[in-house]
Design a protein around this ligand. Sequence first.
Ligand SMILES: *[C@@H]1O[C@H](CO)[C@@H](O)[C@H](O)[C@H]1NC(C)=O
Ligand SMILES: *[C@@H]1O[C@H](CO)[C@@H](O)[C@H](O)[C@H]1NC(C)=O
Ligand SMILES: *[C@@H]1O[C@H](CO)[C@@H](O)[C@H](O)[C@H]1NC(C)=O
Ligand SMILES: *[C@@H]1O[C@H](CO)[C@@H](O)[C@H](O)[C@H]1NC(C)=O
Ligand SMILES: *[C@@H]1O[C@H](CO)[C@@H](O)[C@H](O)[C@H]1NC(C)=O
Ligand SMILES: *[C@@H]1O[C@H](CO)[C@@H](O)[C@H](O)[C@H]1NC(C)=O
Ligand SMILES: *[C@@H]1O[C@H](CO)[C@@H](O)[C@H](O)[C@H]1NC(C)=O
Length: 388
Amino acid sequence: MQIRHIFVLIISILLLVNALPTKSSKSYTIPLKKKRISNSLILHYASGPSNAINIKRATNVSLSDEFSHDDAYFCEITLSNKKFNVMIDTGFGDFIIPSVNCNSTACENKVKYNPVNDTTFRTRNKTFGYVYFGGYVFGIRGTTTSMNINGYNSGLNNDTGIIGNSGLDFGLVDVLPNNFEFDEFDGILGLASQNELVIQPEENFYENIQEDFSDPNQIFSLKIGREADGTESELTIGGIDQSKYTGELFLTEVVDNVYWSIRLDGFSINGISLDFQGRIGKIVSGLSPIIVPFDDAHKIYQQIHNATDNDGRFTMPCENEFKVKIKISSVDFDIDLRDLIDVQQLNDQQICNNNGWILGTTFLKNVYSVYDGSNHKIGIAKLNKSIT
Ligand SMILES: *[C@@H]1O[C@H](CO)[C@@H](O)[C@H](O)[C@H]1NC(C)=O
Ligand SMILES: *[C@@H]1O[C@H](CO)[C@@H](O)[C@H](O)[C@H]1NC(C)=O
Ligand SMILES: *[C@@H]1O[C@H](CO)[C@@H](O)[C@H](O)[C@H]1NC(C)=O
Ligand SMILES: *[C@@H]1O[C@H](CO)[C@@H](O)[C@H](O)[C@H]1NC(C)=O
Ligand SMILES: *[C@@H]1O[C@H](CO)[C@@H](O)[C@H](O)[C@H]1NC(C)=O
Ligand SMILES: *[C@@H]1O[C@H](CO)[C@@H](O)[C@H](O)[C@H]1NC(C)=O
Ligand SMILES: *[C@@H]1O[C@H](CO)[C@@H](O)[C@H](O)[C@H]1NC(C)=O
C-alpha cells in the first residue's frame, strides 16, 4: 500500500504544568497552535428559559470561522461599545484584552482598550503576569461593567437589583506573547469557574454568570461546529439550547474547583477497551487536540496499524480507519475520525501528570456540553445530527 501522506494524529503526548518561575498560583503551559479565524461573526439573540425569577435573558452567541480548520472559536464582545473579538477558552479563568499601552509585536494589529474611554472602568492598582500559550502575559488589572456579549452585560447585575457589585475583573495586557501575532482575535475570554492565575482576583466571567442568573441557570453551554460538515458553533449563556442535542443530558461530577475537569470512565479504540484507570479530563475549548500523557498515547497508537512512534511523535498512514470512543458517565461518546487527524505537529514536551488528559475541541465537536459550577456538574449529550 502506498502511503501518500503521513498525518500526525491529534491524540498526542505531553503536558507541562507549573511552568511559572514565580511562587504565584499554579499555571500551565500548552503548545501553541496557530489559529486561523474569521472576522465574520453571526450573532443571534434569543430569549431563554423563563422558569427562574430575576434571571437575565439567556443569550445565544454564535461563533463561526471562515478559514477555519476548527482551531479556535471566537465571538464578538463590546467593552464600552468598542468591538473586540475574543477566543472562548474553558481552560482559562481570566479575561484579557490588549491595552492601548501594549507595545508588543503581537499587539500591532489588535483592537486595543483605552480605559479612558470606559466610564465604568475602575483600576485595581495591581499588576499581573503569568504564562499563557507558551509566553508571558503582563499588564494591569481593572474592573468594568460595560462588557457586553450579545446582550448579556457581564458584571452589571442590573436585572437582579444587585447594583454596585465590583463588576467584571479583567487584565489590560501591556505585554502579549509573540504567539498571538497572527491570531485575528484580540483577547481571550476565560470560562473557567475561577481565576487562579492572578492573586486576589475579583469576579471573573463565570462568577458573574453565577451572580446574574438564578440556579439552575448559572450555566453556559457549548456547541462546537466542524468545518468539514459546515456546522455552526454556539455559546449559550444562562441556558441550554435543547435543539442542539438528542437524548439525555448525562451529568457528571466536576472534580476541580477551578477548571472543568471530569472523570473519564473509559477509552476504546476499534472496540478494544484500554485500561486507563482514574483518568481526569480537563475540558479546554481553547485548544484543539486531545492531549494525553505519553504512556497513554503509546497504548492508543499500538492499536492503530502501522502507526510509528518517532520520539513521541506518532504518525500513521492516512488511509487508516479506526473508531474511538470516550466513556463519560457510563456513556460512550464517539469521536469522529476526521477530528483525530491533523497535519500539524506538536512540539515535544515534558510529561508530568500521568492521569491528566486535556479534552480540546477535537472532543467538543462530538458532543453538546453544559457547564454548571453551582451544582458541580457538567452535562454531556449526543449532538442532534439533523441541525447544522
Ligand atoms: C438559541 O437559538 C436557537 C435558535 O437559533 C433557539 O432555538 C434556542 O432556543 C436558543 N436558546 C436559548 C437558550 O436562547
Ligand atoms: C478614547 O480616548 C482617547 C483619549 O482621551 C481619545 O483620543 C479617543 O478618541 C477615544 N476613543 C474613542 C473611540 O472614543
Ligand atoms: C487606586 O489608587 C488610587 C490612588 O491612590 C485610589 O484613589 C484608589 O482608591 C485605588 N483603587 C483601588 C481599587 O484600590
Ligand atoms: C440599571 O438600569 C437602569 C434602567 O435600565 C439604569 O437607569 C441604571 O443606570 C442602571 N444601573 C447601572 C448601575 O448601570
Ligand atoms: C511602550 O512604549 C512607550 C514609548 O516607547 C514606553 O514609554 C512604554 O513604557 C512602553 N510600554 C510598555 C508596556 O513597555
Ligand atoms: C433536531 O433538530 C431538528 C432540526 O432543527 C429538529 O426538528 C428536532 O426537533 C431536533 N431534535 C431535538 C431532540 O431537539
Ligand atoms: C501496514 O503496512 C504493511 C507493510 O507496509 C502493509 O502490507 C499493510 O497493508 C499495512 N496495513 C495497514 C492497515 O495499513
